[in-house]
Design a protein around this ligand. Structure first.
Ligand code: 5GP
Length: 184
């Protein structure tokens, strides 16, 4: 699982990672948040209505779910179970609340937190991205402080100061677990 505050560059890092390690699966989350420009249904997210999300939740279809920045997000059990049954590694890019829920159920899951060089830097990045304004931006920065505190419970943290260096660290961490699996 890869977590980190909004704007830290998790998405960019994850996409670059998938370009380097091609046999990883990606868990496509369900969300009630509206799609952003350029996002594709079933590729970036499964964009669902709140009613459908609640129904999936009631039916116990989620491995984990959480309310993040005022929207609902969840990982379908089926996606994770299918990949693992096929012996594949699956990457979840999810928030801290969700990641800690999964860790409780599956202690073998690996938690990696992506940190910004500083909170000021994170604010600059969110401003540059420009997808959130005013109140939304404030919520995301407040949540970032809380998430960074909880990151102490993660197995690894990677500072995304330079993309190439952060990517190498991420690759090394994942590679070390795969090496362990091979040696078992
Ligand atoms: P965004 O709206 O910027 O795409 O994502 C907001 C936050 O929701 C990010 O921290 C992202 O990692 C998290 N997120 C995305 N999918 C899931 C999910 O399935 N479960 C949980 N708990 N968080 C998610």
């Amino acid at each position: 699982m890869i977590s980190g505050p909004s704007g830290v560059g998790k998405g960019t890092l994850r996409k670059a990672l998938f370009g380097m390690i091609t046999d990883l699966e990606y868990s496509i989350s369900c969300t009630t948040r509206p799609s952003r420009k350029g996002e594709r249904e079933g590729y970036d997210y499964r964009f669902v209505e709140p009613d459908l999300f609640r129904e999936l939740k009631r039916e116990g279809k989620f491995l984990e779910w959480a309310e993040v920045h005022g929207n609902l997000y969840g990982t379908l059990k089926k996606d994770v179970e299918t990949s693992l049954a096929l012996g594949k590694d699956i990457v979840l890019e999810i928030d801290v609340q969700g990641a800690l829920q999964v860790k409780d159920i599956m202690p073998e899951a690996v938690l990696i937190f992506i940190l910004p060089p500083s909170l000021g830097d994170l604010k600059d990045r969110l401003n540059r991205r420009g997808t959130e304004k005013g109140e939304d931006m404030r919520i995301r920065l407040d949540d970032a402080r809380h998430e960074i505190e909880l990151s102490a419970r993660y197995d690894h943290s990677v500072v995304n100061d330079d993309l190439k260096t952060a990517l190498e660290s991420l690759k090394r961490i994942i590679g070390s677990y795969r090496q362990l699996e091979e040696n078992q």
